[in-house]
Design a protein around this ligand. Structure first.
Ligand SMILES: C[S@@+](CC[C@H](N)C(=O)[O-])C[C@H]1O[C@@H](n2cnc3c(N)ncnc32)[C@H](O)[C@@H]1O
Length: 239
């Protein structure tokens, strides 16, 4: 699917400031990133086309991206040349990163490991990679959306009905799409983060502004103004 993401990748590499999620909400409204990233070692888990790492590099951080798709990394390398921002890119699995313990200050994932890797594997791996006091920041779909979208994308966007159970959520496979997503409930996230030595600092439920737009079809603006379609966790590894 990498070819489908090249133009969106270029658009986001071109954005001078970070914008988050399917409604592209500015960082100034969301407040996902630490104020001072200067000199911090950052690992992006499931970096895809690499624009999040590029935003962080522009703010003075030293990012490293890991992704298990050679084609996505090829796109990311092309953008590095095009935009003149270079950082290491590693082909590998965010559930098992070939880098030493305690080598990063920040671990971040925007719809990368955050939804495509098993949280019971990648959260311990993020904890291993972070130094004491290090920050974990990740965002993806909310459990609200996971229980209220129809089974088939062709059946339209998220509804105002509960279509499937919340309890027991973990591996999610859609009948009309390849691949496996991972989503768990809020209580389960808190327990998993705490069990891996993190203190939860925030759960940001993204709310687009009334004039926001999106190219994605699985949620309407009206829905996303009433319920959180996307969420971001901020946690800190205990000293
Ligand atoms: C939708 S992209 C999001 C990444 C980035 N924010 C972007 O939009 O380009 C998801 C990325 O996660 C990667 N990915 C999925 N599972 C992974 C895993 N277990 N380890 C590393 N990367 C993974 C995919 O190859 C893909 O590039």
């Amino acid at each position: 699917m990498a070819h489908d993401w090249v133009e969106r990748g270029r658009r986001d590499w071109s954005s001078p400031d970070p914008v988050w999620g399917i409604f592209r909400i500015p960082e100034a409204e969301v407040g996902l990133l630490p104020d001072d990233l200067d000199g911090l070692d950052v690992i992006e888990l499931g970096c895809g086309t690499g624009y999040v790492s590029a935003w962080l590099a522009r703010r003075g951080a030293k990012p490293v991206g890991i992704d298990n798709s050679p084609a996505q990394l090829e796109t990311a390398r092309g953008f590095q040349r095009e935009f003149g921002i270079e950082f290491p890119l590693i082909l590998g699995n965010a559930e098992s990163v070939p880098l030493p313990d305690a080598s990063f200050d920040v671990a971040i994932s925007e719809y990368g490991a955050a939804i495509w890797a098993d949280p019971y594997r990648w959260i311990p791996e993020a904890a291993r990679l972070l130094r004491p006091g290090g920050r974990l920041i990740f965002m993806g779909n909310s459990p609200w959306i996971m229980v209220s979208v129809p089974e088939l994308e062709a059946d339209g966007p998220a509804t105002d009905r509960l279509m499937r159970p919340y309890f027991g959520m973990h591996r999610v496979e859609w009948p009309d799409a390849d691949g496996v997503e991972f989503h768990i409930g809020h209580g389960e996230w808190i327990r998993l983060l705490r069990a891996n030595g993190f203190d939860v600092e925030d759960l940001i439920e993204l709310r687009p502004s009334a004039d926001a737009t999106t190219t994605y079809e699985w949620v309407t603006l009206d829905w996303a103004r009433k319920w959180p379609a996307e969420q971001a966790w901020k946690a800190r590894k205990r000293d």
